[in-house]
Design a protein around this ligand. Structure first.
Ligand code: ADP
Ligand code: MN
Ligand code: MN
Ligand code: MN
Length: 336
């Protein structure tokens, strides 16, 4: 009987942005079902999750897909528990209140492919800058599109793993790309984003290319930052047929701007400037078709008689989708 490789993946305790960690467990046999996987443990003192004196943290498998790039193998997303079995403070997934999977999320993950040698995006010369933004978005051709072999390999890997990727595109800055993942159920959406991030990081290794998840890696220059727009809906938004309900849900976000920004990713003040298709971090606004608003009501919602979803444009590329979803659900649930 061939042995099976299980890559247990978890989020560490790094501040302000949690990083991916993983290690391989070899087992004799595996059904392919996550409920048949055992908990495991790791040294939390090496991941900012425990003191050295009592270092054990627990990995609880919660989502599992075939590993598309390794023989006889699976990728296993895990929640981190403290030694007593309670969710670890770094465990955002455990804070999601969506047990009936009524919340659907579509995340648009933007990121830069990054040359570790030059410490610049792919497509940037070692000294200076490429031509200004304009031609790169959805581009084709070696003059404007950089790293396509990587993002194509990533797309295939995601699809082979069974992740529900809905699309990819080259973004506005040189070396910047996006993928979209949609799932019915907030936890599933977060799980799929994290597995997709893991695959991108790992594929990048074989090209000597890193992924830069920072929301404004080029600083205060005329280069776009990276977001992770959160498109969301629940039964209420999907079925109400009433503009007033869309307004009410949007208004529920107004008094809790700070609580949302707190989990929308590090350094978001550098990105949410009011320029580059963003709203100011200090304001709250929403509007039909408005890409300069905090929350956009997609035109299709109006066209379908006020049924559909909303797009919170504020979460950034480095945000934890679990925490973003948990906070959005909390706010939307205040509307009955
Ligand atoms: P844009 O770039 O115009 O903002 P994208 O096409 O990149 O839009 O992303 C839109 C996202 O909205 C997709 O990921 C899609 O899955 C998601 N979406 C569509 N319908 C719903 C819905 N009912 N609930 C949640 N998300 C949705
Ligand atoms: Mn998009
Ligand atoms: Mn985009
Ligand atoms: Mn968007």
């Amino acid at each position: 009987m061939s042995k099976i490789k299980l890559e247990y993946i978890w989020l560490d305790g790094s501040e302000p942005t949690q990083g991916l960690r993983s290690k391989t467990k070899i087992v004799k046999d595996f059904s392919g079902k996550v409920e048949d996987l055992e908990n495991w443990s790791f040294d939390g003192s090496s991941t900012n999750q425990a003191p050295g004196g009592s270092s054990d943290c627990i990995l609880k498998p919660v989502y599992c897909v075939p590993d598309p790039q390794r023989n006889s193998a699976y990728l296993v997303m895990c929640e981190v528990l403290s030694a007593d079995g309670a969710p670890h403070p770094s465990n955002g997934r455990a804070t999601i209140e969506d047990d009936d999977n009524d919340f659907w999320f579509g995340f648009e993950q933007e990121y830069f492919l990054w040359d570790p040698e030059t410490n610049k995006p792919l497509g940037f010369p070692a000294n200076g800058f490429p031509g200004p933004q304009g031609p790169y978005y959805c581009s084709v051709g070696a003059k404007n599109a950089f790293g396509r072999e990587i993002i194509e390999e990533h797309l295939d890997a995601c699809l082979d793993a069974g992740l529900n990727v809905e699309g990819i595109n080259a973004e506005v800055a040189a070396g910047q790309w996006e993928f979209q993942i949609f799932a019915k159920g907030a936890k599933q959406a977060g799980d799929e984003i994290w597995i997709a991030r893991y695959l991108l990081e790992r594929i990048g290794e074989s090209y000597g290319v890193a992924v830069n998840w920072h929301c404004k890696p080029l600083g205060d220059l005329d280069w776009n930052g990276s977001g992770m727009h959160a498109n969301f809906s629940n039964t209420l938004l999907r079925t109400c047929g009433d503009k007033a309900v869309f307004d009410k849900v949007c208004e529920a976000f107004r008094p809790v701007v700070a609580e949302h920004i707190a989990v929308y990713g590090a350094d978001n003040h550098l990105r949410l400037t009011g320029k580059h298709e963003t709203a100011s971090i200090h304001d709250f606004s929403y509007g039909l078709s408005d890409r300069g608003a905090s929350i956009r009501i997609p035109i299709v919602a109006a066209q379908k008689g006020w049924k559909g979803y909303l797009e919170d444009r504020r979460p950034n590329s480095a945000a934890d989708p679990y925490k973003v979803a948990a906070r959005i659900i909390k706010t939307v649930k205040t509307v009955g």
